[in-house]
Ligand binder design. Structure first.
Ligand SMILES: [Mg+2]
Length: 367
């Protein structure tokens, strides 16, 4: 089977409510759906989730990268075995540095197409299946205390074991929200705070010591390009540190291990350039004794399905931070994942096991 064409469909899907972090406020999920066509008539589905504040990509830059560089590079390439996907990723890296979410759309679609061709689900292409289901973390963005309380109450009812909350607008108010959420969730639930790079090294050390009894883990407190600073924080505070924006590639993971810059890593296919590199990062960390979170963004069920398959096979998974897409989007474009509250499993159909809802797709397609 050979790749013949990479089709892109930009989508803008409104969110149920604005999504707020220390870095951005989003009203819509802006994504690019990828349909990877092959000479066997099989079409794989993937998704690019460009985030200017995470990878420096936009919808326009993804469309230009795919049509101008990545499609010419992969057209005609063989796609008959798992090793072929490694070759496709290497070829994309040869013609264009960075641009990870553009590459992720093609990588995910290649796994989907190969799974359909072989009659197996994507998780079996990523290695051994290690679990039957995944439970997502509960979640609250950078909203008011009342909104955080409502989110915590809803997740508590769903049996959430870990809860992630965005912080870093105002520390007094953040601490107030943390205490309110902690009192609802109780001491057993893990509480992950994510300042999205908003603090300095000194501030991180100060506030993490102050909030010690309220939180369990802190994700990416300082800017992505300061791994030495992250290492300083990790050595100074008791709370485990998760690196998110700081780790995009397998070599970032190796540097992180060498520096002991964090206790865990949040892996997202939009940062790593897809599932092939995401699996490589997980493997490097696993050998180094570091666990991971699998994270997400405002995305459709296509990206979520890719993360679920990755999560089922990931050897060192600690936290799964991928919510049901319609918790955020007003409508989803794909059916296939089986969500029950915060629990999710796949349907074991070949590939990602998805069916696109073409009528929804055409509703949110932008030209
Ligand atoms: Mg994060």
């Amino acid at each position: 089977m050979k790749i013949t064409l990479v089709e892109t469909i930009p989508l803008q899907i409104p969110l149920r409510r604005p999504f707020k972090t220390a870095k951005a406020e989003q009203q819509n999920a802006s994504v690019v759906l990828v349909k990877l066509h092959t000479d066997a008539g099989i079409i794989g589905i993937g998704e690019c989730d460009p985030r200017p504040h995470i990878t420096g990509e936009t919808v326009d830059s993804v469309l230009a990268a795919v049509s101008g560089y990545l499609t010419p590079a992969v057209r005609g390439m063989e796609l008959s075995a798992v090793d072929d996907i490694e070759k496709i990723c290497a070829q994309m890296d040869r013609v264009l540095v960075s641009n990870p979410s553009a590459k992720a759309g093609i990588d995910i679609a290649a796994y989907d197409a190969l799974g359909i061709r072989k009659g197996v689900p994507v998780h079996s292409l990523l290695g051994q299946r290690r679990r039957e289901t995944l439970q997502s973390c509960g979640f609250s963005d950078l909203g008011t205390r009342e909104e955080a309380e409502q989110d915590a109450q809803r997740c508590k009812k769903l049996g959430c074991k870990n809860f992630k909350i965005k912080v870093a607008r105002n520390w007094t108010k953040d601490l107030d929200r943390l205490r309110a959420v902690r009192s609802i969730l109780g001491p057993e639930v893990g509480l992950i705070v994510d300042p999205n790079q908003a603090w300095s090294v000194e501030r991180s050390i100060k506030v993490l010591k102050e909030a010690k009894s309220q939180l369990s883990v802190c994700e990416q407190p300082i800017p992505w390009d300061d791994l030495l600073g992250l290492a300083t924080i990790a050595q100074e505070v008791d709370a485990p540190i998760i690196a998110d924006e700081a780790v995009r590639s397998p070599s970032d993971a190796k540097v992180l291990l060498r520096l002991k810059a964090a206790n865990m890593v949040n892996i997202k296919h939009l940062k790593s350039g897809g599932l092939c590199r995401a699996s490589e990062i997980a493997e490097i960390l696993h050998k180094g004794g570091v666990e991971c979170m699998i994270g997400s963004t405002m995305e459709t069920g296509v990206s979520s399905a890719a993360s679920v398959h990755f999560g089922l096979a990931c050897p060192n998974l600690k936290y799964f931070d991928v919510a049901p897409p319609t918790d955020f989007l007003i409508e989803d474009i794909a059916d296939g994942l089986q969500w029950s509250g915060l629990e999710v499993k796949t349907n074991d159909r070949p590939g990602l096991g998805l069916r696109l809802r073409e009528e929804i797709l055409s509703k949110y397609a932008i030209s």
